[in-house]
Design a protein around this ligand. Sequence first.
Ligand code: PLP
Length: 389
Amino acid sequence: MKKIYMDYAASTPVDEKVFEEMLPFLKTSYGNPSSIHSLGVEAFDAVEEARERVAKLIHAKDDEIIFTSGGTESDNFAIKGVAYKNKDKRGGKGYNIITSSIEHPAVLETCKHLESQGFKVRYLPVDKYGIVNPDDVKTAISKDTFLVTIMFANNEIGTIEPIEEIGKITKKNDVLFHTDAVQAISTIPIDVKGLNIDLLSISSHKIYGPKGCGALYARKGVKLQPLMHGGGHEGKLRSGTYNTPGIVGLGKACEIVKERISTDAKNLKSLRDSLIKNVLKIEESYLNGHPEKRLANNAHFRFSAIEGESLNLMLDDEGIAGATGSACSSKKLQASHVLIAIGLKPEEAHGSLRLSLGRQSTKEEISIVYEKISKIVEKLRYMSPLWNR
Ligand SMILES: *Cc1c(COP(=O)(O)O)cnc(C)c1O
C-alpha cells in the first residue's frame, strides 16, 4: 500500500540535497569546529557558512544567529534568557511577560515555569479563528513588562498572527518581541528588521532538515542569560560542541527554503484549498482556524459526532498519516488547549483532524484522502450514538 503523508507540521523528510551536504560531516570532516587543525577549520567554516544561510533567510546578520538543539530550546532560551536578565522586574503589579493562550507547549510550559519563579505572565485570549488582538497586547503592557512572545503561525490550526502590528506596539513601548516562527518559516517570507522582531525561533526538522537542530535569532543588543554553561561556544551564550552535520543540514534547508518559498507557498495553497473544498462537502464538517489567514500547508477539520482519534487510526490503516487536534496528555485524553481557546467544546475539539501538506504532496493524494475520509466518517457516524439521523 502506498503511504500518504499529511503530517508535515509534525516533521518533514530530510531533503536529498540537505542529506548530501550533511554526509561529509558525519564521515570525513568529523573534526571539532573549535579545534585549530585543518579538520577543525573545515568544520568551523561549514558552521559559519550555515550561519550565513540561516541569517539570509530572515534578513538578519550572521552574528545574530545562535545554533540550538531545536525549536524547543530556542523558545526556552529566548524566554528564560530574557527573563533571567530581568529578574529585578519581578514583584510589581503588572505583567512581566505577555503571550497567547494558543502557543506551542515549548512556550507555554516555559512561561508556567517562570510563573513558579515569581514572574507574572499574561496569557491573552484569541478570537474564534485563533487570532490575537494587537490592542490586547497594547493594554497588557506596563512598566513591568519586558517581553512579548506571540507565535508567527499556530502549529495546530495554522492561523497566522498579526506579527507586524504587534512588532510596532512592542517597539513603541520598548519591550522585547519574541516569535516562534517554527511553522511559518518555510512558506512566509520573514524580514526580522522590517517586522521589529527581536528574537525568533527556528527548527530544522520542520523545514526538511534533520531533527535535533535549530536556531535562535537574537537581535544585536538583546541581552540573554545563557542556559547552557560550559566551553563558551556561540559567544558564551550556548555552550556545547557544535552539531556540525545538523547545523550544515539546517543551513542548506534554509538556503533551499529561500530559493523556493514563493513556489512552495503557491503550490501548497492550491493543494490545501482543494483539500478543504473537498472535505467540507462532507455533511457537518467544519474548518478550524481562519479561512485566509492560515498557513499555506495547513488544513484543520472538525466533524460532528466523530472521535478524532478513531478517524486518525482508521486513516492510518489506509496508509494515511494525519494528526488529531488533541494531544494525549498523561492517561486522560485532554482536549487541545488551542481548540478550547478558539471556543470549541471538548467534544467538538475531540472530533478534529489536522492534515498538513508538504513538498511531496500531490493532487492525487488529495482526492484519495478525501474519498477515504468521507467513507470513514460515514462508517464512524453509523456506529455513533451521537449521530441520530
Ligand atoms: C515543532 C514545534 C516546536 C518544537 O520544535 P522542536 O525542534 O521539535 O523542538 C516549537 N514550536 C512550534 C510552533 C512547533 O511546531
